[in-house]
Design a protein. Structure first.
Length: 65
């Protein structure tokens, strides 16, 4: 990518549960995030692979979206 300039407000490095959650929270706050993940799939073991019910409540679509 030579000669290409990209301007962003928020860059989250890592698409594990915490990175994805941060991206969701930034988007809800009106900031358009870019989440970068080096792996093309999620077929490997994660430390944070469990999504708890309280996290699902946060991820539920809200009326202001």
């Amino acid at each position: 990518m030579t000669g290409v300039t990209i301007s962003i407000d928020c860059c989250v490095v890592g698409g594990r549960p915490a990175g994805i959650m941060l991206g969701v929270l930034r988007a809800r706050a009106g900031v358009e995030p870019v989440v970068l993940e080096k792996h093309a799939d999620f077929l490997r073991d994660f430390r944070g692979a469990t999504i708890h019910s309280s996290t699902l409540e946060i991820l539920r679509p809200s009326p202001w979206w």
